[in-house]
Write a protein that binds this ligand. Structure first.
Ligand SMILES: Nc1ncnc2c1ncn2[C@@H]1O[C@H](COP(=O)(O)OP(=O)(O)OP(=O)(O)O)[C@@H](O)[C@H]1O
Length: 551
């Protein structure tokens, strides 16, 4: 109208009115722009806040989702609203020219759809390749000493490089797809402009349209082209975000196979454990039964030792008692109730595990001991450390209980880590204590002291010990020999020795090994654990070559 006002009517009045309208619209539009920016910032800040808890696990994917979506949804919405608005104006000006414009749309839509799908697929593949590359890097860095000690740096670097190469190939495909898409959208836009000018010129020449209207139409068409262009470029980013989001939601939507929804939290918890005809296979290998119809009892005040050949299923029994998995058949009962019927937090405040290779967290010693019970007072932390024979070495550290232990406890020695882990178990005063060769990394003096502390605990608690060193289990009230997923025999040490079965053979193997060791390397001192004469004899009695080979 402004153009027609000057070019055709040649009147300032006709020109001024649309100019005022333009000014008002510009003002309103700038306010709307500010509002849009503000609303988006707030919305996406809260989105990042919501994804914060999973960000550590899925850093790159979640960051990509929130970055790409926050940047692109904003632009996409603006361009979309703008394109629709412009189109309505164009239609109001000349439906004929608008029809010419629309004719180009199906082509643009089909190309965008195909491109979007392809780009999304590539993005998912890139995410997977990146995750694999990161896995290699993470594993190598966290196991740097192992890599060094085998001088395998080059192979690890090569393996990382080959994963990056895979990603690079995918990135190149993305770049080619983007180039083709851009090329086709520019061509289609250009073709559209030529068609509009050609047909519009014809309409003006035949007096079906004023020159000013054609100019406005062309200006709108340019704006429309700009809006469509930004929609298409944003579309790439959005598809990338959607691809990454699908991966993130795959994780979020994963349902745990073993659900921790137990509700029971009784006031008294005695710690009577019963494995009742338990058959168990790991979910990753469902066809292979690791435990077969296993039944046994653990009683409060008693120490039960699990022994047996490697791979027999001892740790798997611990996993079931810790409620990490559910058995396929049979029941794991504590005080007559299935372990999964107890409330998760409650159960693990009553059942504590000290594993063979305890994992500490990159926090202070005090935080590691009070892990899971952050409200525990300092006195309780110190008491637990004293009972675990860790107090002396902790007070000798530069910052005492405030000393950081490094990633996975790497700044402590094996024995120190184990003592902190024992203190971490003792602080909760558990009713059931599971010790997986818990004293294996200690020197004989520390072991003696820790053993004393554990002995005191053992009188009131249900204790399950997994031991390879038979000296550790000699004193147990009951010994369960687990072999190939079955309870091969059970009873106290003397009874099993007299029976002359598998246990006897295991003992005999160790005694002979130790005696030979002591003779060869260190003829004078006594072996690390004391043998009674009778044991040695009975052990020799049950020697047999087939079992020699197995154990
Ligand atoms: N997460 C797992 N997924 C699949 N199979 C597993 C898993 N963990 C252990 N196994 C298999 O279960 C069997 C029993 O393993 P388990 O760790 O219970 O034996 P173990 O008696 O404790 O052995 P060790 O004395 O060597 O520690 C082994 O054959 C092992 O390969």
């Amino acid at each position: 109208r402004a153009i027609d006002g000057i070019v055709i009517q040649k009147s300032m009045d006709h020109f001024a009115k649309p100019l005022i309208t333009l000014t008002v619209l510009a003002l309103v539009s700038s306010i709307a722009t500010g509002f849009r920016g503000g609303v988006f910032s707030v919305t996406f800040l809260s989105m990042v806040y919501l994804t914060g808890d999973i960000i550590s696990r899925l850093t790159s994917d979640t960051t990509q989702v929130s970055d790409l979506i926050s940047q692109n949804v904003n632009l996409f919405l603006r361009s979309f609203v703008k394109a629709v608005g412009i189109f309505i104006f164009m239609f109001g000006m000349s439906w004929k020219l608008s029809v010419v414009t629309i004719m180009g749309f199906p082509y643009i839509a089909v190309v965008s759809k195909l491109y979007g799908e392809y780009y999304k697929k590539l993005t998912k593949e890139v995410q997977t390749a990146l995750a694999q590359a990161n896995k290699v890097a993470e594993e190598t860095i966290s196991a740097m000493r192992t890599v060094r000690s085998f001088a395998n740096e080059d192979q690890e670097a090569d393996s990382y490089y080959s994963r990056l190469q895979e990603m690079f190939v995918l990135n190149k495909k993305q770049a080619v797809a983007y180039a083709c898409f851009m090329w086709s959208s520019y061509i289609s836009e250009l073709a559209l402009q030529v068609a509009i000018l050609y047909y519009g010129g014809h309409l003006v020449v035949t007096n079906q349209m004023s020159g000013g209207t054609l100019i406005s139409f062309v200006i709108y068409e340019l704006e429309l082209g700009e809006a469509l262009e930004s929609i298409s470029s944003v579309y790439t980013g959005l598809m990338q975000g959607v691809g990454a989001a699908e991966k993130v939601f795959e994780y979020i939507d994963r349902k745990p196979k073993h659900i921790l929804d137990g509700q029971q939290a009784p006031e008294t918890f005695e710690g009577q454990v019963e494995f009742k005809n338990v058959t168990f296979a790991y979910p990753t290998r469902p066809e292979m039964d690791i435990l077969k119809n296993v039944s046994f009892n653990l009683r409060p005040g008693q120490v039960t030792a699990l022994v047996g050949p490697s791979g027999g299923g001892k740790s798997s029994c611990v996993c079931l008692l810790e409620n990490f998995y559910a058995p396929q058949q049979g029941h794991v009962l504590v005080d007559g109730q299935p372990v999964n019927s107890y409330q998760h937090k409650y159960y693990h405040s009553k059942v504590a595990l000290v594993s063979q290779e305890p994992v500490l967290f990159a926090r202070t010693v005090q935080m590691n001991i009070s892990y899971g019970v952050p409200e525990a007072p300092m006195e309780a932390v110190i008491r637990a450390a004293i009972n675990g024979n860790a107090h002396d070495f902790i007070t000798g550290l530069s910052k005492g209980y405030e000393t950081g232990v490094g990633e996975k406890g790497a700044q402590l020695s094996g024995g120190q880590k184990q003592r902190v882990a024992i203190a971490r178990a003792l602080i909760r005063n558990p009713r059931i204590l599971i010790l997986d060769e818990a004293t294996s990394a200690l020197d004989s003096e520390s072991e003696y002291i820790v053993q004393q502390a554990l002995n005191n605990l053992m009188r009131e608690h249900t204790v399950l010990v997994i031991a390879h060193r038979l000296s550790t289990v000699e004193r147990a009230d009951n010994i369960l020999v687990i072999d190939k997923g079955c309870v091969a025999e059970q009873g106290p040490h003397a009874e099993l020795m007299a029976r002359g079965g598998l246990y006897c053979k295991l003992v005999q193997r160790q005694i002979l090994g130790t005696v030979i060791d002591a003779d060869v390397h260190n003829p004078s001192p006594a072996p690390p654990w004391k043998l009674k004469e009778g044991d040695k004899e009975s052990a020799e009695d049950c020697s047999d070559t087939e079992n020699e080979a197995r154990y």
